[in-house]
Design a protein around this ligand. Structure first.
Ligand code: FAD
Length: 328
């Protein structure tokens, strides 16, 4: 009988990626609702040393596979290893990050295992009656949220957007089982040659890591509207982000975009400045701890999710706010 909630853990250069830790937090919740265990799947060259970290973040068991072929992510050897682990353990649920790796790996596994896959989920819950996994994701261009069930096949599989799920804080008292899985790789499994890996150096902080975000929308009036936001961000130690309208207008680069087709953020404070609050924007920021919105239109949808709303001209309010905070 299918059981347990499995999580595919991503690593790069043997550094565990944040998304896997976030997924363990969600898997813990799902497994507790089902009365089952959380199992982390960890692949790499010399990766065993990281297994303990996963236990401290909510895993009951870690199945790890070590092989030089797994040093970098390559589709075929990773798919082979995960496929064998899934076939041997018959999990109830398997979740992956909706990252470039997860988006490559999960559909292949779904096809090999003959099960379904719900991609790019923003919410996962156990249906209290049927105990099926309810997988929610934006549909029809983000105009509605669809909840999808996989009733007849196991495992139920989903990729989940990074930044959406909440990681569990490290708990050093947690204990668990760490098990090695041996896979017989053959030379044909490595069907690509990695010639070089180019790393992009960026001085900018990723907006998904920021504790405070000052976000600008079309209401700031133009690219020059970001300067007062930058001044405010500097006082607050914040990063700048934006709506898609500002990106599409060419006022700021795409890596700043928050929302369904941008990044999902969960800062402690999110300032929405001249942003209407379209559903596609909310999809990327509504889980922020505190949302402060400035908008000149009283019934702008952003006020429905804002904890603090100010009706007024953003261009007048932002410089005053920065000035007042500087003095504080
Ligand atoms: P607008 O909707 O034009 O809102 C501007 C706001 O500023 C208004 O509320 C106005 O009252 C206010 N305003 C104007 N002047 C001032 C002023 N001087 N002071 C104060 N307030 C002022 N959007 C995203 O953001 N992220 C996404 O990832 C995303 N993905 C999408 C995916 C799809 C498939 C689709 C169809 C759309 C997507 N969108 C996304 C676009 C989204 O629907 C909205 O068009 C977009 O979020 C609007 O951006 P905005 O709020 O900055 O602009």
């Amino acid at each position: 009988m299918s059981k347990d909630v499995f999580v595919f853990i991503e690593q790069r250069d043997n550094v565990l990626q944040k998304v896997g830790i976030e997924l363990l937090g969600k898997a813990r919740e799902l497994a507790d609702d089902l009365g089952q265990n959380v199992v982390a799947m960890l692949l790499g060259e010399n990766i065993k040393g990281q297994a303990e970290v996963l236990i401290k973040h909510g895993a009951d068991k870690v199945i790890y596979v070590e092989d030089p072929i797994l040093k970098e992510y390559v589709t075929e050897p990773y798919a082979k290893a995960i496929n064998e682990i899934i076939k041997e353990n018959d999990p109830e649920i398997v979740i992956y990050g909706a990252t470039s790796i997860g988006r490559d790996l999960a559909p292949r596994l779904a096809a090999r295992i003959h099960t379904g896959l719900t991609a790019d989920c923003t919410k996962l819950e156990i249906d209290p009656e049927s105990k099926n996994l309810m997988m929610t994701r934006p549909a029809f261009g983000g105009n509605l949220m669809a909840t999808i069930l996989c009733e007849d096949h196991r495992p139920q599989m989903a990729t989940v957007r990074p930044g959406v799920m909440q990681a569990i804080d490290t708990d050093n008292s947690r204990t668990g089982e760490i098990v090695e899985k041996k896979i017989d790789f053959v030379p044909e499994d490595m069907n690509v040659t990695i010639k070089d890996i180019l790393k992009i150096e960026s001085k900018k902080k990723d907006i998904t890591e920021a504790k405070i975000l000052v976000s600008g929308g079309r209401g700031i009036g133009g690219p020059e509207g970001f300067q007062p936001l930058e001044d405010l961000a500097k006082v607050l130690g914040a990063e700048i982000s934006s709506s898609r309208a500002a990106v599409d207008a060419g006022w700021i680069t795409k890596d700043h975009q928050v929302g369904q087709t941008g990044k999902t953020v969960r800062p402690e404070v999110y300032f929405a400045m001249g942003i209407s609050g379209a559903i596609q924007h909310l999809a990327g920021m509504e889980e922020s701890d505190l949302i402060i919105a400035v908008n000149k239109t009283e019934d702008a949808p952003i006020f429905e999710v804002a904890d603090l709303g100010v009706v007024g001209d953003v261009n007048a309010i932002v410089p005053k706010l920065a000035e007042a905070l500087k003095k504080a």
